[in-house]
Write a protein that binds this ligand. Structure first.
Ligand code: HT7
Ligand code: ZN
Length: 873
């Protein structure tokens, strides 16, 4: 496999205006006829006169130009496509191919999921359906006719609006769909099968009626209401917040059980991993309800950020993904709690993106090369990409940012563009120069801010000195400074925000948050008029994706934890306290656990006025995986021991308060999914976790009762997770009862697999290996593989990194087995091994040997090859 470079981008030599597709659908052998209207790109440099179309795993049965059937001498087929020798400047190309959806285990192109047929074309799956210019800067209008057996496939869906239906002889029927919006091939979709329909409607701001349809397999008909509510909320929000209205008369969502990622934004016909559609209070947790709301919103928002305006090439992936993640984050903040949403997003960023940015797979938000594009659907492109948009929104201010996005939508509607085009809209609407800001798209690595504060009592000033530096990343040894928005506040001794007046300012500032801009390697900001030493609240709301090293003392952090007007920073102060203590306990189990720390936790726990969800976040200890990123050499066993020790200590010391909080937040009525109710359950289950870890008898009884009596999956899973822990009494009985109760409910069974994979019992790996042989396990279902294999290797850090290397061997065996079946999934499974250099020498050599074993495997996919070769480089 060879890399593809951004610098080599050239516009396509041909454009395709119109696509007519005809599918005779059959899982064993589907026939695809395509009719393309091609014309030479007006601006393209004339090449060798040949036309190369992408195509993989297709059996070509006929090819014709302008009605003239070609002889084999007039074209060439190889593993990557079809070359037509000498073509006219404008012509119609007809091809006929055969494909085999039932053999398509990679789940790219047209494949079978259970009894359904469906497609996944992003990024390069369309070339597995027909010969095409399968690149996002070729945008065409599609008309699609689907023909299939009426009994097996009563529902036939594609993009756009249905324009014709017909009954055919021999029990078949056909439906023709027309999509009036030009789109790149990665947004093409079709679905065929026996599906039940949940239907609703939406009237747009301008008064148009849109039909909303969610298709699910018949036994899931009672699990689509939350998805429908979420969709309508998202549609209204996008009108109000971004002025974006839906454009077709029909919006369809289909839930399928075999899907490589979360969902796909195909024009007018979203295809979803059923995990992000199906929910009933007794089958789905609050986290699942939350995930559905945000993924439904995310895919809907793509209609403007991705579909109407798409990417010129795949290096620009963050243009649509970063911006759309930003939009879905803002949606969730507006319909829920802003601080809690920000905390969840920053947790993800710190736990996944920061390590990626510090490891061998680090790449810029706009990468400049790739071997396999599937490997670049990363947390850097998505989540750091969203942070880059968020920083521009902060620098411009809310109203100017809205003007800038309006300009972007108006200027580029119907086009395939670049992140550069996006930034230019930000500049043109604001009049600001973002030249230096562009480095966020170009330079990988997480900047580190070193911040020192100095109070001068005589002058009444407080000076912040800020220095930035960014560690080297592969191919980028030295980095000029970033343009960083740094939001700060200064707190008085009584916990109020002080006015922040810089030395040369005359305007009286209002108390609150102030946005400083860092552009140089070092800055000094002097604030005046301060009669007492303030406590600084730095990087409020996490205003930039950076690591901060400050000179605060623990007392300052406890003060911020109690008083900061910025909810995010109250949480962050608590996290730093937990983290410092956990790392100290990792080094030395006898390290004292300070009384004032316990008192601060008690104050937070008993703060009846605060948002319960925020309290639960404040009192949740950082995960072992996150903490391992904070150590120079990861001490797997020490971290696990310290985590247990501190959890137990808090459980013992706060026992009475935890029991009171548990009881005060007990579920009383039917399940409600509201920020308030979710917060109550989160705090209650956190209290239960501390109690059970402390070995408290009453806590254990409450846990067993909750497992047996709860009517919602959030509470059932919280209890089951604790029962499945090492020493959990009755774990096997509880797991068996759960399995019996939910056999046949695939998404609930995923939870059953995951809870066992995550439990850090000494025999965890043996149990996971036994589960591989369970009749409900299937390597063909990505959700099941993720539930068992990814949960074990990513969540169960102490057992995955067992000193004998058995966890590593287990993972690599799975990767080698899966690579020929589903390379995209196999490559993603490898992620926990990529950080091998962070461990002790013994583990390093075990991990490296396993990575080398992968490289030694015959016929690796480009997906797996790229990850392993970069990890070892
Ligand atoms: N845009 C979608 C990406 C996606 C995808 C990419 C590669 C292979 C399979 C895939 N399924 C979905 C998802 C999104 O970000 O909305
Ligand atoms: Zn997306």
């Amino acid at each position: 496999p060879h890399p593809i470079y951004l610098k080599d981008y050239r516009p396509p030599e041909f454009l395709i205006d119109q696509v007519e597709l005809r599918f005779e659908l059959d899982p064993e052998c589907t026939r695809v006829e395509s009719r393309l209207s091609l014309r030479r790109h007006p601006a393209a440099t004339r090449g060798d006169g040949h036309l190369r179309l992408h195509g993989e795993q297709l059996k070509l049965t006929q090819v014709a130009i302008d009605g003239h059937v070609l002889t084999p001498a007039e074209y060439r087929v190889d593993g990557e496509g079809l070359t037509l020798h000498r073509v006219p400047d404008r012509f119609t190309l007809e091809t006929r191919v055969e494909i085999h959806p039932n053999l398509n285990t990679a789940l790219e192109g047209l494949y079978q999921s259970g009894d359904l047929l469906c497609t996944q074309c992003e990024a390069e799956g369309f070339r597995r359906i027909t010969y095409f210019l399968d690149r996002p800067d070729v945008m065409a209008r599609y008309t699609t006719t689907l023909i299939a057996d009426r009994t097996r496939f009563p529902v036939l869906l594609s993009n756009g609006n249905p324009i014709a239906r017909a009954e055919l002889p021999d029990g078949r029927h056909s439906v023709t769909w027309d999509d009036p919006f030009p789109k790149p091939s990665y947004l093409f979709a079709l679905v065929a099968g026996d599906l039940s329909l949940i239907e609703d409607g939406f009237v747009t701001a301008s008064g148009r009626d849109v039909k909303l349809q969610i298709f699910v397999e018949p036994h899931n008909l009672d699990k689509g209401d939350h998805a429908m509510r979420s969709l309508k909320k998202a549609m209204r929000w996008d009108e109000e917040r971004f002025g974006r209205e839906y454009d077709l008369d029909i919006y369809m969502i289909v839930a399928v059980s075999h899907f490589n990622m979360g969902a796909m934004e195909n024009k007018g016909l979203n295809i979803f991993n059923d995990k992000f559609v199906l929910a009933r209070p007794d089958t789905a947790t609050d986290a699942d309800f939350d995930g559905i709301e945000s993924v439904i919103a995310h895919e809907y928002f793509h209609n403007w950020t991705g579909n109407r305006i798409t990417c010129r090439d795949w290096f620009q992936l963050s243009l649509k993904e970063g911006f759309t993640v930003y939009r879905d984050q803002e949606f969730s903040s507006d319909v829920g709690s802003r601080a809690v949403k920000r905390i969840a997003d920053v947790r993800t960023l710190r736990a996944h993106q920061f390590p990626e940015d510090a490891g061998p797979l680090a790449h810029p938000v706009r990468p400049d090369s790739y071997i396999e594009i599937n490997n670049f659907y990363t947390t850097t492109v998505y989540d750091k990409g969203a942070e880059v948009v968020r920083m521009q929104a902060a620098l411009l201010g809310r109203e100017t940012f809205r003007r800038a996005t309006d300009l972007y939508f108006e200027r580029h509607d119907g086009q395939a563009v670049t992140t550069e085009d996006f930034v230019r809209c930000m500049e043109d609407a604001s009049g600001r120069d973002l030249a230096q800001f562009r480095r966020w798209y170009e330079q990988a690595g997480t900047p580190e801010l070193h911040i020192r504060g100095e109070y001068d009592a005589a002058a009444g000033t407080y000076t912040l000195s800020v220095r930035q530096e960014t560690p080297p990343t592969p191919g980028q040894p030295v980095k000029p400074p970033f343009h960083i928005p740094l939001a700060i506040g200064l707190l008085s001794a009584d916990g109020h925000d002080l006015p922040l007046r810089l030395a040369d300012e005359s305007e009286p500032p209002t108390p609150g948050t102030r946005l400083l801009e860092l552009t140089e390697p070092e800055h000094r900001f002097t604030f005046t008029g301060l009669s007492e030493r303030p406590v600084p609240s730095l990087l409020r709301g996490f205003s930039a994706p950076v690591r901060v090293h400050d000179d605060l003392i623990d007392a300052d952090r406890m003060f911020l934890m109690a008083h900061d007007s910025d909810g995010f920073n109250r949480w962050d102060a608590a996290q730093t306290l937990h983290e410092r203590l956990l790392l100290a306990l990792t080094d030395d189990a006898a390290h004292p656990i300070p009384e004032d720390y316990i008192a601060a936790c008690r104050r937070a726990l008993c703060d009846a006025s605060a948002d319960r969800a925020l309290l639960a976040e404040v009192l949740t200890l950082p995960s072992e995986t996150y903490l391992s990123d904070r150590m120079t050499v990861v001490d797997v066993d020490g971290l696990h021991r310290a985590h247990r020790q501190l959890t137990r200590h808090i459980g013992e010391r706060l026992r009475a308060d935890l029991l009171a909080v548990y009881r005060a937040n007990a579920e009383t009525g039917p399940y409600v999914f509201s920020p308030e109710a979710v917060g109550r359950r989160a705090l209650k289950n956190l209290a239960l976790t501390y109690l059970v870890h402390a070995g408290d008898e009453e806590g254990r009884d409450l846990c067993r009762e909750q497992f047996e009596a709860a009517h919602n999956m959030t509470d059932v899973m919280a209890a089951l997770r604790l029962l499945a822990e090492p020493g959990g009494v009755g774990a096997d009985a509880a797991l068996d009862a759960f399995h019996r109760r939910w056999s046949g409910e695939s998404l609930v069974l995923d939870k059953w697999f995951a809870v066992q994979a995550a439990a850090p019992r000494p025999d965890a790996l043996e149990r996971v290996m036994a589960l591989l042989r369970h009749p409900d396990y299937s390597a063909r279902n990505p959700n099941r593989v993720r539930a068992l294999v990814s949960t074990f290797s990513n969540v169960n850090q102490v057992r995955f990194h067992a000193a004998d290397g058995a966890g590593y061997r287990f993972l690599v065996d799975r990767v080698l087995e899966l690579d020929p079946v589903n390379p995209l999934l196999a490559a993603r499974l490898l992620k926990p091994l990529v950080r091998w250099r962070r461990f002790d020498p013994e583990r390093q050599s075990l991990m490296r040997a396993e990575l080398e074993r992968v490289l030694g495997g015959r016929e690796l996919s480009s997906d797996v090859f790229e990850v392993v070769s970069k990890a070892l480089a």
